[in-house]
Write a protein that binds this ligand. Sequence first.
Ligand code: MBD
Ligand code: FE
Length: 312
Amino acid sequence: MTVKISQTAEIQKFFEEAAGFGNDQGSPRVKQLVLRIVQDAAKIIEDLQVSDDEFWTAVDYLNRLGARSEFGLLVPGLGLEHFLDLLQDAKDAQAGLSGGTPRTIEGPLYVAGAPISEGQARMDDGSELTEATVMFLEGVVRDTDGQPVAGAVVDLWHANTKGNYSFFDQSQSEYNLRRRIVTDAEGRYRARSIVPSGYGCAPDGPTQECLDLLGRHGQRPAHIHFFVAAPGHRHLTTQINLDGDQYLWDDFAYATREGLVGALRFVEDAAAAEARGVQGRFAELAFDFQLQKAPAPAAEQRSQRPRALQDA
Ligand code: MBD
Ligand code: FE
C-alpha cells in the first residue's frame, strides 16, 4: 500500500504550523477549523489526484464567486444550507423539541430594517400592476397549543414578477416587497402584495457556471420568505413555496418541504374584487404559522449571520 503524503506526520505537523498551532495568539476555534480545512483539502488533492490546472482553476473560481457575491448562492445550490436545517432538525429531535411550522433555509437575499406596521401592510410599490396579479396573503401566528400569538413580528420578503429582489435589484424601489407586520390581538397578519415569480440564478454568473458543470438548473419555485419572532417563542425562518410551480419539488436550493406549500386561490369575481379594493382577477393565499416555545431566551433571536443592512 502506498503511503499518502498528506497523511504523514511531517505534513500534518506542517499544516499545524500553518494553522497557527505553534503560537498562543489568535483564535483556538479558528485554528481548529482552518487546520481541518487545509488537511481535508490536501487529502482531496491527493486522493482525487487534483492537477495543478484543476487546483488553480478552482482558486480562480472562488475569486470570481466572491467578486460576484455569489458564495451565499452556491451554498444553497449545493445543498449545504438545507443540510444545516436537517442537522438542526436532528438536534431538535434528540432534545425532544418538536412541533410547529417546519424551518427552511433563509437564502442570501434578506435585507434588515423593512418598514414595520401593525396588523397589515401593502408590500408592493405599485410599479408592476400592469403585469402582476394582486395577492392577498393572510394568516394567524399560533403557539404549539393552538393559542394565537399577538405582537409577533412577521418579517417577510419575496421577489417581483421577474423573480428579482429589491436591494439586490437596484431597479426596484427601496424595500419593495419587504415588510414587517406585527400580529394583531387575534395573532393575525395581513399583506397586500403581488404574486411573485420564481428566482433563477444569473445565467452568466459563477453559481450557474458550476451548476452547468453538474448538469443542473438554477431555478427556484415562486416562494415567500418569512422570519416569525415573538417573545417567549422560538425564532422561525421559513418559506411558503407556491403550489403548481414547475420547480416546486425541483428547487435548485432544496427549500421546499412538506408543510410549507401554499396554494394560491385565484378569484375572478367583480364584487369580491370591489370589496378588496382592486379590479379584475386577484389571488388569495392563507398561511398560518405555529411557533415552538423558546427553550432559552437566545432561541428567540435569529442567527447572527451577516446580512444586508444588518443594523437597520
Ligand atoms: C432565492 O430567492 C432564494 O430564496 C434562495 C434560497 C437562493 C437564491 C435565491
Ligand atoms: Fe428567495
